[in-house]
Every structure is written in structure tokens, then in C-alpha cells.
Design a protein around this ligand. Sequence first.
Ligand code: NAP
Ligand code: GCO
Length: 268
Amino acid sequence: MSYTQNFSLEGKVALVTGASYGIGYAIAKALSAAGAKIVFNDIKQEFVDKGLASYKADGIDATGYVCDVTDEEAVQAMVAKIEKEVGVVDILVNNAGIIKRIPMHEMAAAEFRQVIDVDLNAPFIVSKAVLPSMMKQRSGKIINICSMMSEFGRETVSAYASAKGGLKMLTRNIASEYGAYNIQCNGIGPGYIATPQTAPLRERQADGSKHPFDQFITDTKTPAGRWGDPEDLGGTAVFLASKASDFVNGQVIYVDGGIQAYFGKFPG
Ligand code: NAP
Ligand code: GCO
């Protein structure tokens, strides 16, 4: 087998959750370029339709489903449908996610639970749904989209950091529990990526100047000196979805322009 064939996803079915736009969409595009057949979901028909139009415009023949990843019954039904209509899911990317930026002492327990539900419980639910067929075929790849907050805390993101820290451990546990079935589960920890999720942190100020958080990310925190583009994550996703990573299991690869390595710029 040639070196490049190791990275080919030809003949594989990839389910990317919440992939109508943003990071999920860019990862799906990369997996498709490597040969995978793309399946995605979103909560609303309107977003599935928008996603389908974008994939079509990019020349990708994707299949989209309406499904809330926190609803176990709906997820089980979607995976059964995918297996019937497209094929067994060889690659799962748990991408769908939300954030609520609220000081912890002001956060309602229901808000905390909602974030845990989408960002941690749902990856459990969707992984659980695809595992039986992966175990039967004795191969599979699960990629969990983690975060800088899998390692760090910061003001206002207690629920998100709890969920993403938990997702790192779920990643290690899936690797531990199903490695014997030739199933690899790894995480990607994106740095600060320009998507709708982070748009409020990049909003221009009334006087036209940069948002202070935007400045903090580019000038203080990130050695690369810029926000990430969703497409920056594509290469790592293809690697973790391919044969090239068959002996890599339970890792989180941080694709962050150097944030995890950096102490931060001294102001002066
Ligand atoms: P985004 O632009 O907000 O996109 C998130 C996607 O998830 C949307 O398509 C959304 O659908 C979908 N989604 C949310 N809840 C869902 C549910 N219950 N069922 C199905 N789909 C659902 O976010 P993003 O920035 O691309 O982030 C994607 C993932 O990367 C998330 O897990 C996020 O936490 C993580 N991440 C982001 C960054 C960053 O800097 N942007 C960094 C590290 C990690 P709707 O539009 O229909 O709500
Ligand atoms: C925030 C951000 C993040 C990022 C990302 C970093 O408010 O700090 O939204 O948490 O989106 O997850 O990796």
C-alpha cells in the first residue's frame, strides 16, 4: 500500500453531527476530499436544507437528516436509517455543540444541564448508536471535537469547560473499552476558530475597534497571531479518520496555533 493510500477514505461512510456550517462543515468537506461519503444532521430542516445546498455547491453529494443529538430515540432511528440508506457508519465526528457564556453564580442549573446535554451526553448517545456495527465489522473511527476548555478554565464557561473536559475523558474511555475491536477514538481540540459560535467574541466595538477578546486571542494568547479557520482542522480530521492513525487511540490533538504550548505574551 502506498503512503498516500493510508490516508484515503474511499468507500467509507462518515457521519458528522451538526455539520450544516462551521467546523463540522469544514471537517466534512475534508473527509469528502479524501474519498468519504458524507452524512450529517442538524436540529432544523431549514439548516439541513442550507447545508445540503452548500455541499452541492462544493460538488459534494451529502445526505442530511433532521435529528437532535440529545434525543437518544431519534439518534437510534437516524443511525438505523443511515445504515439502511447509505451504509454502516465507519467514521463518526461528534461535532454538534453549544456554549453559554454566563457567570457561574448567575447560571441556572437548567442552563448548565443543557450544555452538558449537547456537548457531553450527546457524544455518548451518538457513539453508543454507531458502536455495535463498528464492533461487528471490527473497525471504526470516532472523533470527538474537544476544546481549549478540555484543559483550561476561564470566566463564564463553567458548563462548557465541564462538558469538554468530560469529553476528553469519554474519548479515552471509548479508546480503552473498544480498542480491542480495532476502533479508535480520538479528539481534536481546536483553538479559537472563526465561526458563528465565536462571533460574539469578535464583534467590532462601537468605535470600530477590535473586540478586546479578539485582540487578546490574536495578540496575547495565540503564537500564530490569528484566529483559526475551520479549514485548519481538515488535515487532522482526515488523519484521525484514516488507516494512517490505526495505532493512535485516546489522544486529543490540539490544533490551536500553539495556544496549549504558550504561557502568553508578557504585556510590555
Ligand atoms: P457553531 O458554528 O455554533 O455550529 C454548531 C453546530 O452544531 C450547528 O450546526 C448547530 O445546529 C449544531 N447543533 C447544536 N446543537 C445541536 C443538537 N442538539 N443537535 C444537532 N445539532 C446541533 O459551532 P462551531 O464553532 O462550528 O463548533 C463546532 C464544534 O466545535 C462544537 O462542538 C464546539 O464546541 C467546538 N469548538 C469550537 C471552537 C471555536 O472556536 N469555534 C473551538 C473549539 C471547539 P443549529 O445551527 O441548528 O443550532
Ligand atoms: C470561549 C470560546 C471557546 C471556544 C473554543 C476554544 O468563550 O472561550 O467560545 O470556548 O469556542 O472551544 O477551544
